[in-house]
Design a protein around this ligand. Structure first.
Ligand code: PEP
Ligand code: MN
Length: 361
């Protein structure tokens, strides 16, 4: 038998042996989780657990009875489920750090290459001259810029302006080409995807569509960059899983967009979740931008919030800009006029030498 110290020594050795076995078991759990994920199978298999428990408790003939053995193995299974879930999370394509080593290019613009990208333009395409005036203004700054405007508008009220549809796409594209700006516009459904993709350089999935898995799958099959917006009440994990749909289909050119979430707060249209920016940057290899206009729904605090977004690591900012916001057919209350856009980019310190600044010297 031996004395207490030597008995304890044998317990310590057995503990270490058990630990090694548990770790070996966890490695197998991870291997099985990966295999199941590759085959599209559900991770947790309660039937298999029951089977193993039955076999183990039937053999519990020593000092530990069936009850105790059941308790011990149930704890191991529970812990394994955690290991399995972590393995599945880590295996997501969106989590790969090497997705866009040199940044993600859209036209002549690169996201995630050190310089913040501006995605600016009116809420909606209204007519040729309206988009052209904004595009001309944006193009005057030496800032990597995408021209944004909706042609298919997902309005809350069915009687609100729904967008110029195909004509809007054509107007946006012409304005972009005229002023050397790549374009981004929203695609609402699978049916109009080929049409929108034919005209736009980047396809936007709006907040209302973040959960539209058929649309996400269709975008996964496209050879076009996607701007994926976070849903009003989507968690960061859900946004990542929506992006995963697109990457799983073979399209890894996805930019994530924090655009505010619904909370009880009414001082802003939505609540800008600034912490989402560093979290998304930490957990994914995808560029992240912040849509200030839809997050805030007001113009007077764009500059400090834009600064905060860039300080938090955002690769770009979206803002709505209109030459005459008071006459805009949608979101007039939140759109910046042209001088206010100039003030914003100058305030952010990204304007470079603007024609006006140069003239003033
Ligand atoms: C938009 O960017 O035009 C828009 C409708 O935004 P969201 O989907 O974020 O509401
Ligand atoms: Mn809008």
């Amino acid at each position: 038998m031996g004395d207490l110290a030597s008995l304890r020594g044998r317990i310590d050795a057995l503990n270490l042996g058990l630990l090694d076995l548990l770790e070996e078991r966890a490695d197998l759990v991870v291997a099985i989780a990966r295999l199941k994920q590759a085959q599209g199978l559900e991770g947790h298999d309660p039937g298999r657990e029951e089977e193993m428990l039955r076999a183990l408790t039937a053999r519990a003939t020593g000092s530990f009875g069936a009850f105790e053995i059941g308790e011990v193995f149930r704890a191991i299974f529970r812990a394994s489920l955690g290991v399995q879930e972590k393995a599945r999370r880590d295996a997501l394509r969106v989590r790969r750090r090497d997705l866009h080593p040199g940044g993600l290019r859209v036209g002549g613009v690169t996201f995630g290459a050190g310089r913040p990208v501006m995605l600016a333009g009116p809420c909606a395409v209204e007519d040729e001259e309206q988009v052209d005036r904004v595009a001309a203004h944006l193009a005057a700054f030496p800032i990597p810029t995408l021209l944004r405007a909706g042609a298919f508008k997902p309005r809350t009220n069915p009687y609100s302006f729904q967008g110029l549809r195909e004509e809007g796409l054509r107007i946006l594209r012409r304005a972009g080409r005229r002023h050397g700006l790549a374009t981004v516009t929203e695609v609402l459904d699978v049916a109009t995807l080929p049409l929108v993709a034919e005209h736009a350089d980047m396809l936007q999935v709006g907040a209302r569509n973040m959960y539209n898995t058929e649309l996400l799958k269709a975008l996964g099959r496209m050879d076009k960059p996607v701007l994926l917006k976070r849903g009003f009440s989507a968690t960061i994990e859900e946004l990542l899983l929506s992006a995963e749909y697109i990457l799983a289909g073979g399209n890894d050119r996805v930019v994530l967009c924090e655009r505010g979430i619904r909370t009880f707060e009414r001082a802003t249209r939505n609540t800008l979740d600034i912490s989402a920016v560093p979290i998304l940057k930490l957990e994914t290899g995808l560029p992240v931008i912040v849509d200030l206009s839809h997050a805030l729904g007001r113009r007077d605090i764009l500059l400090p919030c834009g600064r905060a977004a860039l300080a938090a690591g955002a690769d770009g900012l979206m803002v709505e800009v209109h030459a005459a916001p008071d006459r805009a057919l949608s979101d007039g209350f939140q759109q910046l006029d042209l001088p206010s856009y100039t003030a914003l980019v100058e305030g952010l310190g990204i304007a470079g030498t603007t024609p006006r600044a140069a003239a003033a010297r």
